[in-house]
Design a protein around this ligand. Structure first.
Ligand code: HAM
Length: 438
């Protein structure tokens, strides 16, 4: 029986000492997306199973092997979302957003669930930051979404992440390509895995992203879609490349990117770290909205894996802001002092200072030790004498220097100024190191 003190395989806890890093990248991504006009949408963690079957595709690994699907107590088939696009498209359609001003641009932070073989960078519960843009068909839209993805990585100080792009055409040109693929794989069908054998007739393109090493090897020499693009798709791809060139965004054409989800058309792209980890992936899906029952509208977007993003930042030694610290710890001696500290702490917090005081009833020595463990920047000891005079010593825990402050009207002003000065110094330091990567 599984241990109840052990998280399920493929899941991770984010502990308090690390969660600020998550908040940092998530807030940065949301803010940059906001600058591009993408605003947050929140959709349920579970949806009707057929939403994913329809959008992600029946013949994909995600739908065939990886979904967490169950029947609810009402007998409905429910699936934990394996990705964010389908839910966003469903919500945008359900609420009639596509009948308003176009394009509709949404961003999201979601947990996703895929029953995959868990390994470094691949989890069963993982998190994505993503954006979706509905109602924009021009190549500029592709370039905008791509530049948002690269812009987020740049702002976080990540270098050495390569942009790979490809075009997988539209249903018209893909029909010819699918024929060529079918012929290629049919000749080698004796070596394909069982799943790919069934894909051969239904959707040979899916063989291209099979994770089995033998299928992968066979797929390496298969015909590539770029050779089969129709004139419109070829012109669109040229347009995307020109926009990227004009914006100075480097890319490599990677004709082997097909993406593992069925809804893609035309542009597809991935951001790949120097360790070979795909940090983000996305592309255009011009048939998805009509596939879900809406009036045809083009769409495109990307999903960025937060775990992989953080892992790559750590690997590249990217600087994070300092972990949040306790600004001030009140050490109190006696009941009256404890009460005074409690009241002072409340008003300082109202002014935006992070303050803690004793809530355990510890001795003076134990409180000092705890303040030290917390990494408190400053301490103030309050006992009978301080209560009587209304003055105390503000101690800088780094330097050991002390300063006399009036508890009621001087403490806040002095502390605020000190914190502001050190915040500015920290920001200058951080921006300096980010600038080195640009
Ligand atoms: P995806 O490529 O399946 O695309 O996932 C996007 C990103 O999520 C990947 O590049 C990777 O960073 C992360 N990711 C995927 N699976 C895992 C996993 N098992 N463990 C950890 N991270 C993972 C999509 O999901 C599309 N919805 C993206 C999109 C949005 N396309 C258009 N709009």
């Amino acid at each position: 029986m599984a241990l109840i003190t052990q998280a399920p395989r493929g899941t991770q806890d984010v502990l308090p000492q690390d969660s600020y890093k998550w908040q940092y990248v998530e807030q940065m991504a949301l803010a940059i997306a906001r600058d591009f006009g993408f605003h947050e949408i929140r959709t349920p963690v579970f949806e009707h199973t057929n939403l994913f079957q329809r959008s992600v595709g029946e013949t994909t690994d995600v739908v065939q092997k990886e979904m967490y699907t169950f029947e609810d107590k009402g007998g409905r088939s429910i699936t934990l979302r394996p990705e964010g696009t389908a839910g966003a498209a469903r919500a945008v359609l359900e609420h009639g957003l596509l009948a308003g001003a176009l394009p509709v641009k949404v961003s999201y932070l979601t947990s996703c669930y895929r029953y995959e073989k868990s390994q470094k960078g691949r989890y069963r519960e993982f998190h994505q930051f993503g954006v979706e843009c509905f109602g924009a068909s021009a190549p500029q839209a592709d370039a905008e979404v791509i530049s948002l993805a690269t812009g987020i990585l740049g702002s976080l100080g990540l270098a050495n992440v390569a942009l790979h792009i490809n075009s997988i055409g539209c249903p018209t040109c893909r029909a010819r390509y699918t024929e060529a693929l079918h012929a290629y794989f049919a000749e080698r069908q004796g070596d394909l895995c069982g799943t790919c054998l069934s894909r051969l007739e239904r959707n040979p393109m899916r063989i291209l992203d099979c994770k089995s090493p033998v299928c992968h090897e066979i797929a390496a020499d298969a015909p590539v879609m770029l050779d089969y693009l129709c004139d419109d798709c070829a012109a669109h791809f040229e347009g995307v490349k020109s926009c990227l060139d004009a914006a100075g965004i480097d890319y490599v054409i990677d004709e082997h990117i097909v993406r593992g989800l069925d809804y893609y058309t035309r542009t597809v792209f991935e951001l790949v770290s120097d360790q070979g980890l795909v940090v983000a992936g996305g592309g255009r899906y011009d048939g998805l909205v009509s596939e879900l029952g809406g009036a045809a509208q083009p769409g495109l977007g990307f999903g960025m894996g937060i775990e992989r993003l953080l892992m790559t930042m750590e690997e590249q030694g990217v600087r994070f802001p300092d972990a949040p610290k306790c600004d001030l710890y009140f050490v109190s001696m006696g009941q009256a002092a404890a009460q005074k500290c409690f009241a002072l702490a409340s008003s300082l917090r109202d002014g935006g200072v992070t303050v803690e005081c004793d809530i355990v009833g510890r001795s003076l020595k134990a409180q000092m030790k705890y303040a030290d463990k917390l990494g408190a920047r400053y301490t103030v000891v309050v006992g009978d004498n301080e209560l009587e005079t209304g003055h105390a010593q503000l101690k800088d825990m780094n330097t050991g220097e002390t300063e006399d402050v009036s508890l009621d009207d001087g403490l806040y002003a002095v502390l605020r100024q000190k914190l502001l000065d050190s915040e500015l110094a920290g920001m200058a330091d951080l921006f300096g190191s980010v600038a080195d990567f640009m």
